[in-house]
Design a protein around this ligand. Sequence first.
Ligand SMILES: [Zn+2]
Ligand SMILES: [Zn+2]
Length: 330
Amino acid sequence: MSSTAIRKNKAEGAAQPEPETSRPRPERHCSVRKTVEIVLDSWTFLVVREAFFGVRRFDKFQSRLGVPRQTLSSRLAMLAENGILFSRKGVVPRGHEYLLTEKGKDLFSTMLSLMEFGDKWLTGGEPPPLTLIHKTCGHVCHPTTVCAQCHEPVGAREVSFRDGPGAGFSAFEVKNRFRRSSDTTLLQRVRPCSVARSLQIIGDRWSFLILREGWFGVRRFDEMMEKLGISSNILADRLSRLVEAGVFRKERYGGGDRFEYRFTDMGHDLYKPMIVMMRWGDRWLSEGRSPLRLRHRNCGQDFEPQVVCSHCCGEIAARDTDYELTYQID
Ligand SMILES: [Zn+2]
Ligand SMILES: [Zn+2]
């Protein structure tokens, strides 16, 4: 990317970013984290989503998303650099087409799992904005995250973990060079979308790290501060947002004015898209050395998440789906 493009990116957001810790800190190895660095940039995510909806050409991405040209160029370049999209000369004169690679297509189950979560928890009583049709069986379907071994739907409490071959802590260099827009409503631009709504909850870097520590059993303010090297005001802010979003509930402990943060049922459910993302990261970013091994307690086998059709229980691939929107676009 040219220096002009970098400067342009820096000028995009109105609000100042929160200071990142300047020296690299030892961090838990985590495939979700690596995935998040790639996918959870708002614009990047929107570009990938439109690609799943069949958009291929620059102008079409631009008109669908209302995104500045420079921003779109930089995101397309980043996605190509990370092997998620590739470009080829299109059939239309002067046009390049951007297509999902296998690695990119494999993000579909992450999108579906985020959709499952958003459809369940974040529609505010309205019908989900998008109805999926599984062409393989011809029925309307809801994505459902199950155990690939026993095919039972899975919950966070039923999965245990142990260290895998890539486990450990090391300095994590923040690679995401894009400033995240502080305006999370960006994610709902153009299309109402359950996936976007779910990302609004996970989608901030600190919130994501707090959630992750939660799944590792870290519940108390001081402990989180120490584990994450996060300042107390940022931590307090993110925790109150996560409580407000319904992911955590705050509980008094030790008789005094001390609180711990426990997952609500909704919070536990967020575990599903996180493990689907984690497996994507294991497959594509960890060179086969997954930091965590999961076990499904119910069947006793190593846990591999799979997103299947609620009607026929077959795995859902992007090419086998169609969709109907319950709202108008364009
Ligand atoms: Zn199982
Ligand atoms: Zn089906």
